[in-house]
Design a protein around this ligand. Structure first.
Ligand code: CA
Length: 252
Protein backbone atom coordinates (compact mmCIF):
# COMPACT_ATOMS: atom_id res chain seq x y z
CA UNK A 1 0.00 0.00 0.00
CA UNK A 2 1.36 3.41 -0.87
CA UNK A 3 -0.53 6.61 -0.12
CA UNK A 4 0.59 10.19 -0.82
CA UNK A 5 -1.16 12.81 1.27
CA UNK A 6 -1.26 16.44 2.26
CA UNK A 7 -3.30 18.42 4.78
CA UNK A 8 -3.72 22.18 5.19
CA UNK A 9 -5.87 24.19 7.55
CA UNK A 10 -6.48 27.90 7.12
CA UNK A 11 -8.27 30.36 9.38
CA UNK A 12 -10.00 31.94 6.36
CA UNK A 13 -10.65 35.66 6.01
CA UNK A 14 -13.43 36.40 8.49
CA UNK A 15 -12.69 34.44 11.66
CA UNK A 16 -10.22 35.49 14.33
CA UNK A 17 -9.17 31.93 15.18
CA UNK A 18 -9.20 28.47 13.73
CA UNK A 19 -11.48 25.87 15.34
CA UNK A 20 -10.67 23.15 12.80
CA UNK A 21 -8.08 20.45 13.37
CA UNK A 22 -6.76 17.69 11.17
CA UNK A 23 -4.56 14.64 11.48
CA UNK A 24 -2.40 12.71 9.03
CA UNK A 25 -0.70 9.58 10.36
CA UNK A 26 1.10 7.95 7.45
CA UNK A 27 2.11 4.87 9.40
CA UNK A 28 -1.47 4.06 10.26
CA UNK A 29 -2.83 5.45 6.99
CA UNK A 30 -5.24 7.44 9.15
CA UNK A 31 -6.66 10.82 8.13
CA UNK A 32 -9.07 12.96 10.15
CA UNK A 33 -10.70 16.39 9.80
CA UNK A 34 -12.66 17.88 12.71
CA UNK A 35 -14.55 21.19 12.77
CA UNK A 36 -15.12 22.40 16.33
CA UNK A 37 -17.78 24.72 17.74
CA UNK A 38 -18.15 26.56 21.04
CA UNK A 39 -16.91 29.77 22.61
CA UNK A 40 -13.86 30.45 24.82
CA UNK A 41 -11.57 28.29 22.65
CA UNK A 42 -14.00 25.39 23.15
CA UNK A 43 -14.22 24.76 19.40
CA UNK A 44 -10.53 24.16 18.84
CA UNK A 45 -10.27 22.22 22.08
CA UNK A 46 -13.12 19.90 21.03
CA UNK A 47 -11.68 19.28 17.56
CA UNK A 48 -8.23 18.62 19.08
CA UNK A 49 -9.65 16.09 21.56
CA UNK A 50 -11.33 14.40 18.62
CA UNK A 51 -8.29 13.99 16.36
CA UNK A 52 -6.04 12.97 19.27
CA UNK A 53 -8.51 10.39 20.58
CA UNK A 54 -9.08 8.83 17.17
CA UNK A 55 -5.33 8.49 16.65
CA UNK A 56 -4.79 7.05 20.13
CA UNK A 57 -7.49 4.42 19.73
CA UNK A 58 -6.60 3.37 16.21
CA UNK A 59 -2.94 3.10 17.14
CA UNK A 60 -3.12 1.41 20.52
CA UNK A 61 -6.35 -0.29 21.16
CA UNK A 62 -6.78 -4.01 21.07
CA UNK A 63 -10.43 -4.66 20.58
CA UNK A 64 -11.75 -6.57 23.49
CA UNK A 65 -14.43 -5.94 26.01
CA UNK A 66 -14.92 -2.33 24.99
CA UNK A 67 -16.26 -3.24 21.57
CA UNK A 68 -18.14 -6.49 21.31
CA UNK A 69 -17.86 -7.79 17.77
CA UNK A 70 -19.93 -10.78 16.79
CA UNK A 71 -17.43 -12.49 14.56
CA UNK A 72 -13.73 -12.39 14.10
CA UNK A 73 -14.02 -10.86 10.67
CA UNK A 74 -11.03 -8.50 10.32
CA UNK A 75 -13.12 -5.98 8.36
CA UNK A 76 -15.72 -5.91 11.14
CA UNK A 77 -12.99 -5.42 13.72
CA UNK A 78 -11.44 -2.41 11.97
CA UNK A 79 -14.85 -0.88 11.28
CA UNK A 80 -15.95 -1.20 14.90
CA UNK A 81 -12.65 0.11 16.19
CA UNK A 82 -12.98 3.26 14.09
CA UNK A 83 -16.59 3.70 15.18
CA UNK A 84 -15.54 3.31 18.81
CA UNK A 85 -12.72 5.85 18.38
CA UNK A 86 -15.16 8.55 17.27
CA UNK A 87 -17.72 7.67 19.92
CA UNK A 88 -15.09 7.80 22.64
CA UNK A 89 -13.86 11.18 21.41
CA UNK A 90 -17.44 12.44 21.74
CA UNK A 91 -17.66 11.13 25.27
CA UNK A 92 -14.38 12.79 26.25
CA UNK A 93 -15.51 16.14 24.83
CA UNK A 94 -18.83 15.79 26.65
CA UNK A 95 -17.08 15.05 29.95
CA UNK A 96 -14.63 17.96 29.59
CA UNK A 97 -17.53 20.29 28.79
CA UNK A 98 -19.46 19.05 31.82
CA UNK A 99 -16.58 19.66 34.22
CA UNK A 100 -15.55 23.17 33.06
CA UNK A 101 -18.18 25.89 32.58
CA UNK A 102 -15.97 27.73 30.05
CA UNK A 103 -16.21 24.73 27.72
CA UNK A 104 -19.91 24.19 28.21
CA UNK A 105 -21.62 23.45 24.90
CA UNK A 106 -18.48 22.70 22.90
CA UNK A 107 -18.59 20.06 20.22
CA UNK A 108 -17.17 19.05 16.88
CA UNK A 109 -18.01 17.40 13.61
CA UNK A 110 -15.55 14.83 12.29
CA UNK A 111 -14.72 12.72 9.28
CA UNK A 112 -12.09 9.98 9.44
CA UNK A 113 -10.52 7.80 6.76
CA UNK A 114 -8.57 4.68 7.66
CA UNK A 115 -6.93 2.72 4.85
CA UNK A 116 -6.32 -0.89 5.79
CA UNK A 117 -5.74 -4.09 3.83
CA UNK A 118 -7.23 -2.90 0.57
CA UNK A 119 -10.21 -1.19 2.17
CA UNK A 120 -11.12 2.40 2.97
CA UNK A 121 -13.04 2.81 6.24
CA UNK A 122 -14.91 6.10 6.36
CA UNK A 123 -16.52 7.32 9.59
CA UNK A 124 -18.29 10.61 10.15
CA UNK A 125 -20.53 12.69 12.36
CA UNK A 126 -21.97 16.04 11.26
CA UNK A 127 -21.19 17.89 8.04
CA UNK A 128 -17.47 17.41 7.55
CA UNK A 129 -17.25 15.46 4.33
CA UNK A 130 -15.34 12.84 2.41
CA UNK A 131 -15.26 12.85 -1.39
CA UNK A 132 -13.87 10.07 -3.56
CA UNK A 133 -12.46 10.75 -7.03
CA UNK A 134 -12.21 7.47 -8.93
CA UNK A 135 -11.35 7.43 -12.62
CA UNK A 136 -13.73 9.94 -14.19
CA UNK A 137 -16.19 10.30 -11.33
CA UNK A 138 -16.50 12.22 -8.09
CA UNK A 139 -18.74 11.07 -5.27
CA UNK A 140 -19.63 12.61 -1.93
CA UNK A 141 -19.33 9.49 0.20
CA UNK A 142 -20.58 10.94 3.49
CA UNK A 143 -24.13 12.16 3.91
CA UNK A 144 -24.28 15.33 6.05
CA UNK A 145 -26.13 15.04 9.34
CA UNK A 146 -27.65 18.42 8.65
CA UNK A 147 -31.10 19.91 8.44
CA UNK A 148 -30.73 20.89 4.77
CA UNK A 149 -29.33 17.49 3.70
CA UNK A 150 -32.40 15.85 5.20
CA UNK A 151 -34.65 18.30 3.37
CA UNK A 152 -32.86 17.61 0.07
CA UNK A 153 -33.25 13.88 0.58
CA UNK A 154 -36.94 14.32 1.28
CA UNK A 155 -37.32 16.37 -1.90
CA UNK A 156 -38.29 19.53 0.01
CA UNK A 157 -35.20 21.49 -1.11
CA UNK A 158 -32.96 21.37 -4.17
CA UNK A 159 -29.16 21.15 -3.80
CA UNK A 160 -28.96 24.75 -4.97
CA UNK A 161 -31.51 25.96 -2.43
CA UNK A 162 -29.71 24.08 0.33
CA UNK A 163 -26.47 25.96 -0.36
CA UNK A 164 -27.91 29.35 0.47
CA UNK A 165 -30.54 28.26 2.99
CA UNK A 166 -30.51 30.22 6.25
CA UNK A 167 -30.35 26.92 8.17
CA UNK A 168 -27.54 25.41 6.09
CA UNK A 169 -25.23 25.31 9.13
CA UNK A 170 -27.68 23.50 11.39
CA UNK A 171 -26.52 19.97 12.13
CA UNK A 172 -28.46 17.40 14.10
CA UNK A 173 -25.57 15.14 15.02
CA UNK A 174 -22.14 16.06 16.38
CA UNK A 175 -19.56 14.91 18.91
CA UNK A 176 -19.66 16.25 22.47
CA UNK A 177 -23.20 17.57 22.89
CA UNK A 178 -24.45 14.26 24.18
CA UNK A 179 -22.67 11.55 26.07
CA UNK A 180 -22.98 9.10 23.21
CA UNK A 181 -23.66 9.53 19.53
CA UNK A 182 -24.32 7.34 16.52
CA UNK A 183 -21.39 7.21 14.08
CA UNK A 184 -21.84 6.25 10.42
CA UNK A 185 -19.09 3.98 9.09
CA UNK A 186 -18.76 2.82 5.49
CA UNK A 187 -16.30 0.37 3.96
CA UNK A 188 -15.15 0.78 0.35
CA UNK A 189 -12.88 -1.57 -1.59
CA UNK A 190 -9.88 0.48 -2.73
CA UNK A 191 -8.65 0.84 -6.27
CA UNK A 192 -5.27 2.06 -7.38
CA UNK A 193 -5.49 5.76 -8.20
CA UNK A 194 -8.33 6.51 -5.78
CA UNK A 195 -8.13 10.09 -4.49
CA UNK A 196 -9.84 11.11 -1.27
CA UNK A 197 -10.69 14.55 0.02
CA UNK A 198 -11.65 15.11 3.66
CA UNK A 199 -12.81 18.65 4.33
CA UNK A 200 -14.65 20.97 6.66
CA UNK A 201 -17.70 22.92 5.49
CA UNK A 202 -15.51 26.01 5.02
CA UNK A 203 -14.30 24.25 1.87
CA UNK A 204 -17.36 22.35 0.69
CA UNK A 205 -19.53 25.46 1.07
CA UNK A 206 -17.47 27.29 -1.56
CA UNK A 207 -16.54 24.65 -4.14
CA UNK A 208 -18.69 22.73 -6.56
CA UNK A 209 -18.25 18.99 -6.89
CA UNK A 210 -16.81 19.28 -10.40
CA UNK A 211 -14.18 21.69 -9.09
CA UNK A 212 -13.18 19.21 -6.41
CA UNK A 213 -12.91 16.59 -9.14
CA UNK A 214 -10.74 18.84 -11.35
CA UNK A 215 -8.34 19.72 -8.54
CA UNK A 216 -7.90 16.17 -7.29
CA UNK A 217 -7.62 14.70 -10.77
CA UNK A 218 -5.16 17.20 -12.18
CA UNK A 219 -2.84 18.01 -9.29
CA UNK A 220 -0.70 16.22 -6.75
CA UNK A 221 -2.16 16.29 -3.18
CA UNK A 222 -0.14 19.29 -1.99
CA UNK A 223 -0.87 21.44 -5.03
CA UNK A 224 -4.56 20.40 -5.02
CA UNK A 225 -4.89 21.27 -1.31
CA UNK A 226 -3.30 24.71 -1.70
CA UNK A 227 -5.36 25.60 -4.76
CA UNK A 228 -8.67 24.57 -3.17
CA UNK A 229 -7.94 26.60 -0.02
CA UNK A 230 -7.05 29.63 -2.18
CA UNK A 231 -10.27 29.26 -4.14
CA UNK A 232 -12.40 29.08 -0.96
CA UNK A 233 -10.67 32.25 0.28
CA UNK A 234 -11.24 34.04 -3.04
CA UNK A 235 -14.93 33.26 -2.66
CA UNK A 236 -15.21 34.84 0.74
CA UNK A 237 -13.34 32.59 3.16
CA UNK A 238 -16.08 33.19 5.71
CA UNK A 239 -15.22 30.10 7.76
CA UNK A 240 -12.14 28.10 8.72
CA UNK A 241 -11.06 25.90 5.82
CA UNK A 242 -9.45 22.48 6.17
CA UNK A 243 -8.54 19.92 3.53
CA UNK A 244 -6.78 16.58 3.62
CA UNK A 245 -6.07 14.89 0.29
CA UNK A 246 -4.91 11.28 0.07
CA UNK A 247 -3.93 9.58 -3.18
CA UNK A 248 -3.68 5.78 -3.25
CA UNK A 249 -0.68 5.06 -5.49
CA UNK A 250 -0.62 1.32 -4.91
CA UNK A 251 -3.04 -1.27 -3.60
CA UNK A 252 -1.76 -4.64 -2.39
CA1 CA B 1 -16.91 25.16 9.89
Amino acid sequence: MRVTSCGITDVGLKRSHNEDNFLINEELNLYVVADGMGGHNGGEYASAICVNTVEEIVENMELGDAVPVEEDDPVDLVREKLRYALRLSGRRIYEKAAESPEFHGMGTTAVALLIDAGNAFVAHVGDSRLYLVREDTVQQVTEDHSFVARQVKAGALTEEQAKSHRMRNVIYRSLGYQEDVEVDVQVLALRKGDRFLLCSDGLSGHLEEFEIFDHLKNHAPQEASRRMIDLACERGGDDNITVVVALVDEVP
